[in-house]
Ligand binder design. Structure first.
Ligand SMILES: *Cc1c(COP(=O)(O)O)cnc(C)c1O
Length: 330
């Protein structure tokens, strides 16, 4: 049996007619840049995540840049985040002339709030909590710290669509493998702050950074939004199936908890991720071992993601479980 890590073609096939119609309509009307579909998507997405304003841009990475640039922070101020994140975000902080301050993740791989607190200085200006592997950072603690110290919160919600906005702004990614993916790169930033929104909107199209979501991609996303409840529930079903099948394997150090709602990834952690990966590959199963490392050369081996997308069949999931168990001889 083959279990690819992603299967974009299969998802497209299930909604092919609708997608083709929407794309053709954009092409025939010549609606390419910042047209109706983008506006409609921004409205839809803002509503979905409980925000007043949404700006559709061309990636999660750019959405983060627009957040930091839009906040208008003086050069050299500090942005506290975790190094267990998408590495590009750390470069974005530098690109915005700010200084990344990286803290350790906790055992659950989310940012350690206690360490954040210890790293706050008079130069601190922003906290970027990263919601990962279906789990949400402790926003109450983070909000308390932010209020007490006059810091902004920029949420990295790329892996937790459709998590509701809690910080000053939140950014999302529509990279094809994400929970809500388009057919190329895409992202969005949402906020309730009108001034911040206006600044980001100006920056998006000002020539400093041309970062617009294509109208065609927005048309795709508008269609996929209809299927999001199904994508979410099917992802959850698969994750729970993995969890049932794998929970007693202690060596696998399962780190994704069953109560999660945002099943972007199902990750496990073993002492031998590379060996497990090649064993699974020999059995036709593709997995991913993520970077999530910055200035930490040994950390790249930390987590292994199993295939997780709505189009997986139960047979495929059971086969993956069987092979992981076989590796640990359970
Ligand atoms: C995917 C992702 C990003 C970057 O999104 P792009 O659209 O690929 O730029 C940032 N942070 C996290 C946690 C992600 O998973």
């Amino acid at each position: 049996m083959k279990v690819p890590f992603v299967n974009y073609g299969l998802q497209y096939k299930k909604i092919e007619k609708e997608i083709d119609r929407a794309i053709k309509k954009c092409l025939r009307n010549g609606d390419l840049i910042l047209r109706d579909e983008v506006k409609r998507f921004e409205e839809n997405f803002a509503k979905l995540v409980g925000a007043k304003y949404c700006l559709a841009v061309n990636s999660g990475t750019d959405a983060c840049y627009l957040s930091l640039a839009g906040l208008g922070i003086e050069v050299g101020r500090e942005v506290i985040t975790t190094w267990h994140t998408f590495e590009g975000i750390i470069w974005v902080i530098r690109r915005a002339f700010l200084k990344p301050v990286l803290v350790n993740p906790k055992k659950d791989f989310l940012i350690d709030e206690k360490e954040v607190e210890r790293k706050i200085t008079t130069m601190s200006k922003v906290i970027i909590p990263v919601h990962l592997n279906g789990k949400i950072c402790d926003m109450e603690k983070i909000e308390n710290m932010a209020v007490r110290n006059g810091l902004y919160i920029v949420e990295d919600s790329c892996q937790s669509i459709p998590k509701k906005l809690e910080g000053n702004c939140a950014f999302y990614s529509f990279y094809p493998a994400k929970i809500l993916g388009c057919y190329g790169d895409g992202g969005a930033v949402v906020t309730n702050d009108e001034f911040l929104f206006k600044r980001m909107k100006w920056l998006r199209d000002a020539g400093f950074i041309n970062s617009r979501l294509d109208n065609i991609q927005a048309a795709v996303l508008n269609i996929k939004l209809k299927y999001l409840p199904f994508y979410l529930s099917r992802r959850k079903e698969i994750a729970l199936r993995y969890h049932e099948g794998l929970k007693e394997i202690e060596e696998a150090g399962l780190i994704t908890l069953p109560e999660s709602e945002y099943w972007q990834n199902y990750v496990i952690r073993t002492a031998n991720n590379r060996r497990l990966q090649s064993f699974l590959e020999d059995n036709g199963i593709e997995t991913q071992i993520k970077g999530y490392a910055f200035d930490k050369p040994c950390i790249t081996e930390w987590v292994l993601s199993l295939p997780l997308y709505p189009e997986l069949t139960n047979e495929q999931v059971d086969y993956v479980i069987e092979k992981v168990r076989e590796f640990f001889q359970k």
